[in-house]
Design a protein around this ligand. Structure first.
Ligand code: G3P
Length: 213
């Protein structure tokens, strides 16, 4: 399973990309706004740090305008994926852009039916927001399971990109279910490597190593 960072913070992207295991980046308007930077400039900066897919979202809600924005965004770098919202207009734009060879990430997915539509529209990625589903007292992981089954049933090539991730456990569960990609904030990425028993074990080994003759 590929691991993406869900952030527009360049320092975090540089820091974790340097560890060699970051396969891509996802951004959204909220994440870019948080950084207080120019959208296009920041997306291009990210595409230079990470060679894998970098998702950048359109801001329009109208199909024609989304197509126009999507075509423009796709020119910014070879590894840019255009993020479109799961709406009727978004699905129209997804079909047009995908037919032209532009990779689309259909976002704000909260049901298996929406994921089916995204795949039929030719999306390269589908992004179920599992944390926001859990926040509502439902199960985000069940949604991932349903999408995996549907895509396997029909051989859809759309990759399942698990988003709105809140814990390392959700990353592991996504991998167990066969999701293609999991995107997460830097704070969660940081926690993937950590375990208190690893620290404790290392401490004991280091102490014993000092006793070597
Ligand atoms: O990639 C989608 C993600 O940014 C949404 O996360 O934490 O705002 O639900 P969150």
């Amino acid at each position: 399973m590929k691991l993406f960072l869900d952030t527009a913070n360049l320092d975090d992207i540089k820091k974790y990309a340097a560890q060699g295991l970051v396969d891509g980046v996802t951004t959204n308007p909220s994440l870019v706004a948080k950084e207080g930077v120019d959208f296009k400039k920041r997306v291009i900066e990210i595409t230079k740090v990470v060679k894998g897919p970098v998702s950048a979202e359109v801001t329009s809600e109208d199909a024609k305008e989304m197509i126009k924005q999507g075509k423009d965004i796709a020119k910014w770098a070879k590894n840019v994926y255009v993020k479109l919202p799961m709406t009727p207009d978004g699905l129209v734009a997804c079909q047009t852009l995908s037919k032209e060879g532009i990779r689309v990430n259909m976002t704000l997915i909260f049901s298996a039916a929406q994921a089916l539509l995204a795949a039929k529209a030719g999306a390269a990625f589908v992004s179920p927001f599992i944390g926001r589903i859990d926040d509502m007292g439902q199960s985000g992981m069940e949604l991932v399971e349903e999408i995996v089954q549907i895509y396997n049933n029909y051989g859809f090539e759309t990759e399942i990109l698990v988003a709105s991730v809140r814990s390392p456990r959700q990353v592991a569960l996504s991998a167990m279910l066969g999701a293609d990609i999991c995107t997460m904030p830097a704070a969660i990425y940081d926690k993937l490597v950590k375990h208190p028993l690893t620290d404790k074990g290392l401490e004991a080994f280091a102490a014993d190593a000092k006793k070597f003759k």
